[in-house]
Design a protein around this ligand. Sequence first.
Ligand code: G1P
Length: 288
Amino acid sequence: MKPLKKAVLPVAGFGTRFLPATKAVAKEMLPVVDRPLIQYAVDEARAAGIEQFCFITGRGKTAIVEHFDIAYELEKSLEERNKADILAELRGLAVTPGSIVTVRQQVPMGLGHAIWCARAFVGDDPFAIILPDDLMQCETSCVAQLAEAYRETGGNVVAIEEVPMERVNKYGVLDIEKDMGRLVSVKGLVEKPPVEKAPSNLTIIGRYVLMPEVMTHLAKLEKGAGGEVQLTDSMAKLIGTQPFHGLRYEGRRFDCGDKLGFLEAQIAFALERPELAPAVRGFLDRYR
Ligand code: G1P
């Protein structure tokens, strides 16, 4: 079995749900406490042993690439002003030279199309997909949990969670073959089904480990739900030819593409920081 070393991060979306904040700023650069969403995604992947990253970008997204570059003038100035702690923190975030490549998705044709843009990067290797909008708060990195499940099952694994039935139409939904608790074997997948047609309330969140063969199906660029090329449709075609499982990951997900999810994430992540938590609790009390 090939080790999981690659991740694809689609970051080309307009961030429509967050306008006007995202008119000139990439939504992946919006900070939760003091780090942009993209940083959380990369850190989560690195904690799972991922070494190579492919960002699927678009116009107006150059700040994401800048963020992972060395800011020489900034570092020099911090050094001169004896800001050793901030400097050490910045340097701790640095990625290995050559570990990030970017590909432009020239036209927004859907998540499936974005992933297909990474086909040369993926080659013949298994790869993780991380949707940075979905911010994870997990003791063990969510991608690491998926990587573990990949080693166990030898195939495709998607992170899943249960949602109230009336919200299944916002997600990719699993048709379950066998529910084994932590792992669920999958016999079908459907993207954003109408509530009354949904096969279950187990939904895919923005974390995947997929086998490279998914690219063969994506290459057909068939349009699905919402007139977009859907990743879910091509994943569904792998079922029966390769193992395909859902993993009930341990942890919490915040939908940071949504205003409420983003606000809740600010509070949850601030409360995790010992230097901030007491003050945050204090001011939350004032808003009761
Ligand atoms: C995408 C996927 C969907 C998945 C969701 C998780 O949808 O197409 O299957 O459930 O991410 O966040 P989007 O949120 O981009 O509409």
